[in-house]
Design a protein around this ligand. Sequence first.
Ligand code: ATP
Length: 318
Amino acid sequence: MKKIAVLTSGGDSQGMNSAIRAVVRTGLRHGFEMYGIKRGFKGLMADDFIELGSREVSDILYRGGTFLQSARSEAFKTEEGQLKGVANLKKREIDYVVVIGGDGSYRGAQALTRHGIQTYGLPGTIDNDIPLTDYTIGFDTTLNVVTDAIGNLRDTMSSHERVSVIEAMGRNCGDIALQAGISSGVDAILIPEVNNDIDKIADEIKAGFDRGKSHSIVVVAEGAGNAEDVANAIKERTGLDTRPTVLGHIQRGGTPSAFDRVFTSRMGHRVIELIEEGTYNVALGMQENRITYHTFDEIFSAENSIDDRLYKVFEDLV
Ligand code: ATP
Protein backbone atom coordinates (compact mmCIF):
# COMPACT_ATOMS: atom_id res chain seq x y z
CA MET A 1 0.00 0.00 0.00
CA LYS A 2 1.37 3.46 -0.95
CA LYS A 3 2.10 5.81 1.91
CA ILE A 4 1.73 9.56 2.29
CA ALA A 5 3.06 11.74 5.13
CA VAL A 6 1.97 15.25 6.04
CA LEU A 7 3.88 17.88 8.01
CA THR A 8 3.40 21.51 9.01
CA SER A 9 6.42 23.82 9.07
CA GLY A 10 7.37 27.45 9.77
CA GLY A 11 4.89 29.78 11.47
CA ASP A 12 1.53 28.16 12.12
CA SER A 13 -1.66 29.47 10.55
CA GLN A 14 -5.37 28.95 11.00
CA GLY A 15 -6.57 26.31 8.56
CA MET A 16 -3.49 24.06 8.72
CA ASN A 17 -5.55 21.51 10.68
CA SER A 18 -8.29 21.60 8.11
CA ALA A 19 -5.70 21.05 5.34
CA ILE A 20 -4.23 18.04 7.19
CA ARG A 21 -7.70 16.59 7.68
CA ALA A 22 -8.54 16.96 3.99
CA VAL A 23 -5.30 15.29 2.85
CA VAL A 24 -5.71 12.45 5.35
CA ARG A 25 -9.41 11.76 4.77
CA THR A 26 -9.09 11.90 0.99
CA GLY A 27 -5.93 9.79 1.07
CA LEU A 28 -7.62 7.12 3.18
CA ARG A 29 -10.60 7.10 0.85
CA HIS A 30 -8.22 6.45 -2.07
CA GLY A 31 -6.59 3.56 -0.21
CA PHE A 32 -3.34 5.20 0.92
CA GLU A 33 -1.74 4.66 4.30
CA MET A 34 -1.48 8.06 5.98
CA TYR A 35 1.13 9.44 8.40
CA GLY A 36 1.67 12.69 10.24
CA ILE A 37 5.15 13.99 11.03
CA LYS A 38 5.35 16.00 14.26
CA ARG A 39 7.10 19.42 14.37
CA GLY A 40 7.91 19.80 10.68
CA PHE A 41 11.33 18.97 9.33
CA LYS A 42 12.67 18.72 12.86
CA GLY A 43 10.37 15.75 13.51
CA LEU A 44 11.21 14.30 10.10
CA MET A 45 14.88 14.16 11.07
CA ALA A 46 14.00 12.83 14.56
CA ASP A 47 11.79 10.09 13.07
CA ASP A 48 8.72 11.44 14.88
CA PHE A 49 5.90 9.90 12.83
CA ILE A 50 2.33 8.95 13.78
CA GLU A 51 -0.06 6.91 11.73
CA LEU A 52 -3.25 8.80 11.00
CA GLY A 53 -6.65 7.23 10.61
CA SER A 54 -9.90 9.05 10.07
CA ARG A 55 -10.53 9.36 13.83
CA GLU A 56 -7.15 11.02 14.44
CA VAL A 57 -8.26 13.98 12.37
CA SER A 58 -11.73 14.27 13.92
CA ASP A 59 -12.56 17.50 15.70
CA ILE A 60 -9.70 19.52 14.24
CA LEU A 61 -11.45 21.20 11.29
CA TYR A 62 -12.43 24.22 13.35
CA ARG A 63 -9.32 24.50 15.53
CA GLY A 64 -6.58 27.09 14.92
CA GLY A 65 -2.90 26.10 15.02
CA THR A 66 -1.72 22.67 13.93
CA PHE A 67 -2.19 19.49 15.91
CA LEU A 68 0.97 18.12 14.28
CA GLN A 69 2.80 21.16 15.69
CA SER A 70 5.25 23.22 13.73
CA ALA A 71 8.91 24.09 14.04
CA ARG A 72 11.82 25.67 12.28
CA SER A 73 14.99 23.66 11.76
CA GLU A 74 18.31 25.07 10.64
CA ALA A 75 19.73 21.54 10.50
CA PHE A 76 17.32 20.59 7.72
CA LYS A 77 18.88 23.23 5.48
CA THR A 78 22.02 21.08 5.34
CA GLU A 79 22.52 18.07 3.09
CA GLU A 80 23.25 15.96 6.15
CA GLY A 81 19.94 16.93 7.79
CA GLN A 82 18.01 16.26 4.60
CA LEU A 83 19.58 12.83 4.16
CA LYS A 84 18.58 11.96 7.73
CA GLY A 85 14.97 12.91 6.95
CA VAL A 86 14.99 11.03 3.65
CA ALA A 87 16.38 7.92 5.36
CA ASN A 88 13.46 7.97 7.82
CA LEU A 89 10.98 8.23 4.95
CA LYS A 90 12.66 5.44 2.96
CA LYS A 91 12.80 3.19 6.02
CA ARG A 92 9.01 3.49 6.29
CA GLU A 93 8.57 3.26 2.51
CA ILE A 94 6.80 6.61 2.38
CA ASP A 95 6.67 7.83 -1.21
CA TYR A 96 4.90 11.17 -0.89
CA VAL A 97 5.22 14.09 1.52
CA VAL A 98 2.80 16.99 1.80
CA VAL A 99 4.45 20.09 3.28
CA ILE A 100 2.16 22.78 4.66
CA GLY A 101 4.14 25.97 5.26
CA GLY A 102 5.58 29.15 3.82
CA ASP A 103 8.19 29.71 1.14
CA GLY A 104 11.03 28.51 3.41
CA SER A 105 9.15 25.26 3.92
CA TYR A 106 8.73 24.98 0.15
CA ARG A 107 12.54 25.02 -0.14
CA GLY A 108 12.61 22.11 2.30
CA ALA A 109 9.98 20.30 0.22
CA GLN A 110 11.99 20.80 -2.92
CA ALA A 111 15.08 19.44 -1.19
CA LEU A 112 13.14 16.23 -0.48
CA THR A 113 12.17 16.00 -4.14
CA ARG A 114 15.86 16.22 -5.09
CA HIS A 115 16.37 13.10 -2.94
CA GLY A 116 13.67 11.12 -4.73
CA ILE A 117 10.63 11.86 -2.53
CA GLN A 118 7.59 13.18 -4.34
CA THR A 119 6.44 16.35 -2.59
CA TYR A 120 3.53 18.77 -2.55
CA GLY A 121 3.34 22.22 -0.99
CA LEU A 122 0.30 23.91 0.53
CA PRO A 123 0.68 27.65 1.27
CA GLY A 124 0.48 27.68 5.08
CA THR A 125 1.28 31.23 6.15
CA ILE A 126 -0.96 34.08 7.23
CA ASP A 127 0.96 36.80 5.38
CA ASN A 128 -0.38 36.07 1.88
CA ASP A 129 3.19 36.35 0.64
CA ILE A 130 3.40 33.34 -1.67
CA PRO A 131 3.27 34.02 -5.41
CA LEU A 132 0.85 32.33 -7.82
CA THR A 133 -1.94 31.95 -5.31
CA ASP A 134 -4.52 34.61 -4.49
CA TYR A 135 -4.67 33.43 -0.87
CA THR A 136 -2.53 31.62 1.66
CA ILE A 137 -3.88 29.44 4.45
CA GLY A 138 -4.98 31.56 7.43
CA PHE A 139 -4.87 34.89 5.63
CA ASP A 140 -8.64 35.27 5.57
CA THR A 141 -8.99 34.34 9.25
CA THR A 142 -6.23 36.78 10.20
CA LEU A 143 -7.93 39.49 8.20
CA ASN A 144 -11.07 38.94 10.24
CA VAL A 145 -9.10 38.97 13.52
CA VAL A 146 -7.40 42.24 12.55
CA THR A 147 -10.67 43.77 11.38
CA ASP A 148 -12.28 42.93 14.75
CA ALA A 149 -9.31 44.35 16.65
CA ILE A 150 -9.45 47.60 14.67
CA GLY A 151 -13.18 47.83 15.40
CA ASN A 152 -12.55 47.49 19.13
CA LEU A 153 -9.81 50.11 19.06
CA ARG A 154 -11.98 52.48 17.07
CA ASP A 155 -14.58 52.58 19.87
CA THR A 156 -12.13 53.68 22.52
CA MET A 157 -10.12 55.99 20.22
CA SER A 158 -13.29 57.82 19.32
CA SER A 159 -14.23 58.42 22.98
CA HIS A 160 -10.85 59.99 23.66
CA GLU A 161 -10.23 61.78 20.34
CA ARG A 162 -7.07 59.85 19.65
CA VAL A 163 -5.08 58.59 16.74
CA SER A 164 -4.52 54.84 16.81
CA VAL A 165 -1.54 53.30 15.04
CA ILE A 166 -1.96 49.55 14.71
CA GLU A 167 0.87 47.25 13.70
CA ALA A 168 -0.20 44.19 11.74
CA MET A 169 1.88 41.22 10.62
CA GLY A 170 3.47 41.23 7.17
CA ARG A 171 7.24 41.40 6.82
CA ASN A 172 7.48 41.47 3.05
CA CYS A 173 3.84 41.67 2.11
CA GLY A 174 1.40 44.38 3.13
CA ASP A 175 -1.72 42.45 2.23
CA ILE A 176 -3.02 42.07 5.80
CA ALA A 177 -2.64 45.82 6.40
CA LEU A 178 -4.07 46.72 3.00
CA GLN A 179 -7.13 44.50 3.14
CA ALA A 180 -7.80 45.18 6.84
CA GLY A 181 -7.45 48.84 5.93
CA ILE A 182 -10.16 48.47 3.30
CA SER A 183 -12.44 46.34 5.47
CA SER A 184 -12.14 48.79 8.38
CA GLY A 185 -12.15 52.07 6.47
CA VAL A 186 -8.95 53.28 8.12
CA ASP A 187 -7.38 56.64 7.30
CA ALA A 188 -3.92 55.49 6.24
CA ILE A 189 -1.86 52.37 5.72
CA LEU A 190 1.89 51.90 5.55
CA ILE A 191 3.00 48.83 3.63
CA PRO A 192 6.39 47.66 2.37
CA GLU A 193 5.42 47.66 -1.30
CA VAL A 194 4.96 51.44 -1.64
CA ASN A 195 6.73 54.63 -0.59
CA ASN A 196 4.87 55.76 2.50
CA ASP A 197 4.85 59.54 2.95
CA ILE A 198 4.53 60.12 6.70
CA ASP A 199 4.36 63.93 6.28
CA LYS A 200 1.39 63.62 3.95
CA ILE A 201 -0.29 61.08 6.24
CA ALA A 202 0.17 63.37 9.26
CA ASP A 203 -1.18 66.39 7.33
CA GLU A 204 -4.28 64.46 6.29
CA ILE A 205 -4.92 63.21 9.82
CA LYS A 206 -4.60 66.75 11.20
CA ALA A 207 -6.93 68.08 8.50
CA GLY A 208 -9.45 65.37 9.42
CA PHE A 209 -9.45 66.39 13.09
CA ASP A 210 -9.73 70.07 12.06
CA ARG A 211 -12.84 69.13 10.08
CA GLY A 212 -14.34 67.56 13.21
CA LYS A 213 -13.28 63.92 13.08
CA SER A 214 -13.22 62.29 16.51
CA HIS A 215 -10.51 59.71 15.83
CA SER A 216 -8.14 58.44 13.21
CA ILE A 217 -6.76 54.97 12.51
CA VAL A 218 -3.52 54.07 10.78
CA VAL A 219 -2.43 50.49 10.05
CA VAL A 220 1.24 49.72 9.55
CA ALA A 221 2.53 46.40 8.24
CA GLU A 222 5.53 45.27 10.30
CA GLY A 223 7.70 45.33 7.18
CA ALA A 224 7.00 49.05 6.75
CA GLY A 225 7.84 50.18 10.27
CA ASN A 226 6.76 49.69 13.86
CA ALA A 227 3.71 51.15 15.56
CA GLU A 228 5.66 53.09 18.17
CA ASP A 229 7.91 54.93 15.68
CA VAL A 230 4.97 55.73 13.41
CA ALA A 231 2.86 56.93 16.36
CA ASN A 232 5.71 59.17 17.54
CA ALA A 233 6.20 60.57 14.04
CA ILE A 234 2.49 61.43 13.77
CA LYS A 235 2.39 62.92 17.27
CA GLU A 236 5.41 65.13 16.54
CA ARG A 237 3.86 66.41 13.33
CA THR A 238 0.26 66.89 14.52
CA GLY A 239 0.37 67.33 18.30
CA LEU A 240 -2.49 64.81 18.53
CA ASP A 241 -2.73 62.14 21.23
CA THR A 242 -1.45 59.11 19.33
CA ARG A 243 -1.33 55.54 20.65
CA PRO A 244 0.52 52.53 19.22
CA THR A 245 -0.87 49.00 19.40
CA VAL A 246 1.03 45.91 18.29
CA LEU A 247 -1.46 43.14 17.54
CA GLY A 248 1.23 40.43 17.63
CA HIS A 249 0.45 36.75 17.85
CA ILE A 250 -3.30 37.09 18.38
CA GLN A 251 -3.32 37.47 14.59
CA ARG A 252 -2.30 33.85 14.17
CA GLY A 253 -5.01 32.52 16.45
CA GLY A 254 -8.71 31.87 16.37
CA THR A 255 -10.96 29.36 14.72
CA PRO A 256 -10.38 29.29 10.96
CA SER A 257 -12.92 31.21 8.91
CA ALA A 258 -15.37 29.33 6.70
CA PHE A 259 -13.34 30.51 3.71
CA ASP A 260 -10.10 29.05 5.10
CA ARG A 261 -11.84 25.75 5.92
CA VAL A 262 -13.27 25.38 2.44
CA PHE A 263 -10.10 26.59 0.70
CA THR A 264 -7.90 24.13 2.60
CA SER A 265 -10.37 21.28 2.14
CA ARG A 266 -10.30 21.84 -1.60
CA MET A 267 -6.49 21.96 -1.76
CA GLY A 268 -6.04 18.92 0.48
CA HIS A 269 -8.47 16.98 -1.68
CA ARG A 270 -6.68 18.07 -4.86
CA VAL A 271 -3.29 16.86 -3.56
CA ILE A 272 -4.54 13.28 -3.60
CA GLU A 273 -5.90 13.68 -7.12
CA LEU A 274 -2.48 14.95 -8.23
CA ILE A 275 -0.80 11.95 -6.62
CA GLU A 276 -3.18 9.66 -8.50
CA GLU A 277 -2.42 11.54 -11.72
CA GLY A 278 1.35 11.24 -11.20
CA THR A 279 2.00 14.98 -10.88
CA TYR A 280 4.46 15.94 -8.15
CA ASN A 281 7.02 18.55 -7.06
CA VAL A 282 4.31 21.19 -7.11
CA ALA A 283 2.69 23.68 -4.77
CA LEU A 284 -1.02 24.29 -4.79
CA GLY A 285 -2.95 27.51 -4.48
CA MET A 286 -6.10 29.23 -5.61
CA GLN A 287 -6.36 31.59 -8.53
CA GLU A 288 -9.66 33.09 -9.61
CA ASN A 289 -11.47 30.59 -7.39
CA ARG A 290 -9.86 27.55 -9.01
CA ILE A 291 -7.37 25.29 -7.27
CA THR A 292 -4.18 25.54 -9.31
CA TYR A 293 -0.65 24.20 -8.99
CA HIS A 294 2.83 25.27 -10.07
CA THR A 295 6.27 23.77 -9.77
CA PHE A 296 8.35 24.98 -6.84
CA ASP A 297 10.76 26.59 -9.33
CA GLU A 298 7.91 28.56 -10.87
CA ILE A 299 6.91 29.78 -7.41
CA PHE A 300 10.47 30.71 -6.47
CA SER A 301 11.03 32.68 -9.65
CA ALA A 302 7.68 34.49 -9.57
CA GLU A 303 7.33 37.79 -7.80
CA ASN A 304 4.82 38.30 -5.06
CA SER A 305 3.15 41.67 -5.04
CA ILE A 306 0.01 43.27 -3.75
CA ASP A 307 -2.85 43.71 -6.15
CA ASP A 308 -2.44 47.26 -7.49
CA ARG A 309 -6.16 47.47 -8.10
CA LEU A 310 -6.82 46.82 -4.41
CA TYR A 311 -4.39 49.56 -3.44
CA LYS A 312 -6.25 51.90 -5.78
CA VAL A 313 -9.53 50.88 -4.13
CA PHE A 314 -8.04 51.82 -0.77
CA GLU A 315 -6.74 55.17 -2.02
CA ASP A 316 -10.04 56.12 -3.60
CA LEU A 317 -12.11 55.20 -0.56
CA VAL A 318 -10.11 57.05 2.09
P1 ATP B 1 6.65 31.56 7.53
O1 ATP B 1 6.06 32.22 6.31
O2 ATP B 1 5.67 31.39 8.61
O3 ATP B 1 7.94 32.21 7.98
P2 ATP B 1 8.26 29.56 6.29
O4 ATP B 1 7.96 28.19 5.82
O5 ATP B 1 8.71 30.55 5.25
O6 ATP B 1 7.00 30.06 7.10
P3 ATP B 1 10.95 29.34 7.37
O7 ATP B 1 11.45 29.49 8.77
O8 ATP B 1 11.54 30.20 6.33
O9 ATP B 1 9.36 29.50 7.46
O10 ATP B 1 11.16 27.82 6.90
C1 ATP B 1 10.66 26.76 7.68
C2 ATP B 1 11.64 25.62 7.67
O11 ATP B 1 11.80 25.15 6.33
C3 ATP B 1 13.05 25.97 8.11
O12 ATP B 1 13.18 26.02 9.52
C4 ATP B 1 13.83 24.82 7.51
O13 ATP B 1 13.69 23.65 8.29
C5 ATP B 1 13.12 24.61 6.18
N1 ATP B 1 13.86 25.34 5.14
C6 ATP B 1 13.89 26.68 4.91
N2 ATP B 1 14.72 26.99 3.90
C7 ATP B 1 15.26 25.81 3.49
C8 ATP B 1 16.21 25.46 2.49
N3 ATP B 1 16.78 26.36 1.69
N4 ATP B 1 16.51 24.14 2.33
C9 ATP B 1 15.94 23.20 3.11
N5 ATP B 1 15.05 23.48 4.10
C10 ATP B 1 14.70 24.76 4.28
